[in-house]
Design a protein around this ligand. Sequence first.
Ligand code: ISE
Length: 342
Amino acid sequence: MTEQTSDLRVAVVGVGAMGADHVRRLADRVVGARPVLVADASAQTAERVAAAHPGVRVAPDALAALDDDDVDAVVIASTGPTHAELLLACLERGLPVLCEKPMTTDVASALEVVRAEAAVVATTGKRLVQVGFMRRYDAGYVALRQLVETDELGAPLLLHCAHRNASVPPYSTSETVVLDSLVHEVDGARFLLGEEVTAITVRTPRRRRSAPEGLADPVFALLETQSGALVDVEVSAATGLGYEVRTELVAERGTALVGTESGPLVARADTAVRGRRVPAGFLERFEAAYDAEVQAWADAARRGTAAGPSSYDGYAATAVTTAGVEALRTGRRVEVVLEPRP
Ligand code: ISE
């Protein structure tokens, strides 16, 4: 495919909160692309989203959306366990695809996607998969990565990461918190430090009393990396407060913090916030990052390819989070051994 001159026509599969937000973004803000088709496990949800966007049709199901003649590229924002089959179908059809995280929820299917894409690259020379790790497009995280890349603060020693959700979807379990939320911190660490995670330990402190039944909340993870840096992560599932994501780098000659402001920061569930406002959710906190992410994806898709976080990044993150699920269950430190990049 050479550079497309008309708008990229996009099918969005899965139009819950994230997918519907991508439809709005493609309709209103992304240059050179527009949504044309939506599909969702709930026909009602698909109808509602389509009705809000003139020119957007509803496909009977996800595979029908991929087969539609009017579709040039695909955004997958359905639940994690549906991703592998859809990604393989996109690769088979040569469709550029932006797949929300987690790329897949198990290592075997993640590797299948990596290998299927490698076969496409071998014949066409073009990647097709971008994984939705939007933090790589967040100004704060990009600045932090530059500090590491330029060695301005010296070698990284530690990352302290906090990832606090006001609430999580009703289907959430302790495992999905690791697979769906912790996965951002895993990719964040790989992106910021530029190296792989080699082991993970997951502990849970005393449980938040207001946490939904059966959910470990918070979860505390320790990631080890190839260079010997350590990454500690708090993932809170249901603070009832707002959405707080921050990362602090401790390096040999300095520290750097993203995701907050200076000043006395007191965040409480009852009085909301003293000293600053906490964003309500991830759609608000990372709005600019999502815009940049989808624009970069659309620009590459118009050239028939993909940019940004790759299927290998998706695989590496899933390898760590699935090890994290084992670490959570057993209480043991679990090593992560990755297959080499194809
Ligand atoms: C959700 O699926 C996301 O991807 C958000 O970015 C994350 O912060 C949240 O915890 C997940 O449930």
